[in-house]
Design a protein around this ligand. Structure first.
Ligand SMILES: N[C@@H](CCC[C@H](N)C(=O)O)C(=O)O
Length: 257
């Protein structure tokens, strides 16, 4: 069967989008999802996202990694899905939708999407890294310099190693630019490589850097390989609330396959 698809990207984290409001997409066909995301044999993307109807909210998000498996929350994917929903006429400037980690509010203006992320009440601090869940699991490691880093090799070692093992984690390497700006490079689980940006990843980095007192700002700039993102939050008794991921989300092309 011919499949209509749309391609979107958010700071270079790219996604195949499918309008599944009629429930025609076979969600169990892991191999086909991986094929659609394949950069040589398919369309090419870091993940595939279904936009589905929701009984009470604007829509529902279903996210798959490039390996074809359904996974946890994707921040950049969520922002791109908001842009897709607007282009389809499902929403105007505001959206409330359900994803695997719960309900998300979002706003879109001039191609910039603000997506509310889940509250974060636990930030695990270790000798040379931090671990937190911002909808997806993130290992955050501070480094002096990351420009010459072999992210794929170093990231895979951490992702598959103890204590993460088979379930794995995403791995973010961070260096400081100034008091409110950090450079981030991310190895993504399920893509099993460096991606140009990771939304839940930069959210984790902004919170971790605040907790480490590397920044005292509550609006943090994150420079990623594919562009610039911002994360803002409030801190209430050690809990990070009202967390927003902010940045561009762009339509690339559409087709059938
Ligand atoms: N690119 C995403 C994260 C997607 C999920 C991740 N690969 C996982 O399986 O944990 C983002 O923008 O947050």
């Amino acid at each position: 069967m011919q499949q209509t698809f749309y391609k979107y990207q958010g700071t270079g984290n790219d996604f195949v989008m499918i309008d599944n409001r009629q429930q025609t997409f076979d969600k169990n066909d892991t191999k086909r999802i991986a094929f659609l995301c394949d950069r040589r044999f398919g369309i090419g993307a870091d993940g595939l996202i279904l936009l589905e109807n929701h009984p009470d909210l604007d829509f529902k998000m279903v996210y798959y990694n490039a390996d074809g498996n359904e996974s946890t929350m994707c921040g950049n994917g969520g922002r791109c899905l908001v842009a897709f929903a607007k282009d389809l006429g499902v929403i105007k400037e505001h959206a409330v939708f359900e994803a695997i980690d719960g309900l998300h509010h979002a706003e879109i203006n001039n191609g910039i999407v603000k997506l509310q992320m889940m509250d974060v009440d636990t930030v695990e601090q270790y000798e040379n890294h931090m671990f937190l869940n911002t909808g997806s699991p993130h290992h955050v490691q501070f480094e002096e310099k990351i420009e010459d880093f072999d992210i794929k090799t170093k990231g895979a070692k951490i992702r598959y190693g103890a204590p993460y093992n088979q379930e794995g984690t995403n791995v973010n390497f961070v260096s400081k630019v100034n008091n409110d700006t950090f450079r981030v490079r991310t190895y993504e689980r399920g893509v099993e490589d460096e991606t140009l940006s990771c939304g839940t990843g930069v959210t984790a980095v902004a919170i971790a850097m605040n907790r480490l007192k590397e920044t005292d700002e509550t609006l943090v700039n994150l420079n990623v390989e594919g562009g610039k993102l911002q994360v803002s939050f409030d801190i209430d008794n050690g809990v990070y609330k009202n967390v927003w991921l902010i940045g561009p989300a762009t339509y690339v092309f559409k087709g059938t396959i």
